[in-house]
Design a protein around this ligand. Structure first.
Ligand code: SAH
Length: 226
């Protein structure tokens, strides 16, 4: 049985360990312009160090991306915070994430009270993230597969976040947005991507905003890179 919220079955030390480092990270993110207190609180509480190799544990609260195996990375905390801010989430909204990776972004979204769905294409990462989220007591629904097609079974979503760089905005994701829904996706070449936010303002009316540059691992799949 899972429940939403911090589960202490992992042991309180997991949340106490590196608490000072997490606070310093939060202060850094504030200085970089992150203002949403719910996001900052989640970052102050979610143990990022359990999502990386023990050899990298000390670096878990640096504001950088770190390797998680399968040639993938756990996103930089600033990037996670920036993408989450752009989603403009309200409590209880349904969010689809493409690229579960370590499960860090998913854990942040769960902590904020979102109803989280997430797709990952690497089985090893999918299994690990599933176990980790379960251990933390979060009730996210995860799927192994190609997220460039979205996850139609649970559509429509209030928000969709893609945590890998896409060559174009995948059309299926736009179609799986609810009216008023926001899609946040980095789009560009394999080197750099512009953060794009698409809002579905009516059934067939969309608003697109282009924001600053980021650097993500590639989104690989039918509607992504080959
Ligand atoms: N949100 C993650 C970031 C992981 S990096 C975190 O917080 O750690 C991006 C992830 O997207 C990688 O794990 C990669 O395997 C995954 N990915 C790439 N293309 C994908 C696709 N088409 N469908 C699902 N996942 C994909």
């Amino acid at each position: 049985m899972y429940r939403t919220g911090i589960d202490l079955s992992l042991g309180k030390h997991i949340y106490k360990k590196h608490g000072r480092r997490r606070k310093e990270l939060v202060e850094k993110l504030r200085k970089k312009g992150i203002t949403d207190e719910r996001i900052l609180k989640a970052i102050a509480e979610i143990p990022r160090h359990i999502m990386v190799d023990t050899a990298l544990e000390k670096r878990a609260y640096e504001d950088t991306a770190l390797p998680i195996g399968c040639g993938q990375t756990i996103s930089q905390p600033y990037t996670v915070a920036a993408q989450t801010s752009l989603l403009e989430l309200k409590e209880g909204e349904k969010v689809l994430e493409i690229g579960t990776g370590s499960g860090y972004q998913a854990a942040i979204l769960c902590h904020m009270g979102a109803d989280v769905y997430s797709v990952e294409r690497h089985d090893t990462l999918y299994q690990k993230a599933r176990q980790m989220l379960q251990d933390l007591g979060f009730k996210a629904r995860l799927k192994l597969g190609d997220g460039t097609r979205g996850w139609s079974a649970y559509a429509p979503y209030d928000a969709i976040v893609v945590t890998a760089g896409a060559p174009v905005v995948p059309d299926d994701l736009i179609q799986q947005l609810d009216i008023g829904g926001r899609l946040v996706v980095p789009v560009g070449d394999r080197e750099t991507q512009k953060m794009v936010r698409i809002t579905r303002i009516a059934e067939e009316r969309f608003e697109e905003e282009q924001l600053r540059d980021f650097k993500f691992v590639p989104l690989i799949g039918e509607k992504g890179w080959s």
